[in-house]
Design a protein around this ligand. Structure first.
Ligand code: ZN
Length: 144
């Protein structure tokens, strides 16, 4: 039962990704590639202080990659940078270690099944690598 529910979350977000598209006036941006699968994700952030005020992404990827990016955008909005990094560490452990604590992952739990398929782990974590890279990649603002 549970695995069917999780499957639905991945299919839903994979087909209809949330927060998909470019962002005008973003403060930070970075791109991630997964050569194993051909996934490409670019993450756009609006960071004010140390809080993620807005997040969008674009790119092309498999259902797992797209669903993961979509779920990520829903989970990180309003969080501090260090909270996002902690959540990523937690998620990374969950998708690589059998029996990891899933508390607080919410819908990301849908993706922990990838730990049965080590070559899909990168699909599930690509957007998270991209967002952490984006934290260190401020976009230079045009001065007019
Ligand atoms: Zn993939």
């Amino acid at each position: 039962m549970l695995s069917e529910l999780y499957q639905e979350v991945i299919l839903d977000h994979g087909k209809k990704p949330r927060n998909f598209g470019l962002m005008e006036g973003c403060t930070h941006s970075a791109e991630g590639f997964n050569t194993l699968c051909g996934d490409r994700v670019r993450v756009f952030l609006l960071i004010v202080g140390d809080v993620v005020k807005d997040v969008r992404f674009e790119g092309e990827g498999c259902a797992i990659c797209t669903a993961s990016a979509s779920l990520m955008t829903q989970m990180v909005r309003g969080k501090r940078i260090d909270e996002v990094e902690t959540l990523f560490g937690h998620f990374q452990t969950a998708v690589t270690s059998e029996g990891a604590d899933l508390t607080g992952l919410d819908e990301l739990e849908a993706l922990v099944g990838v730990r049965q398929y080590p070559n899909r782990v990168k699909c599930a974590t690509l957007a998270w690598h991209a967002i952490c890279a984006a934290f260190d990649s401020p976009v230079s603002q045009e001065v007019s």
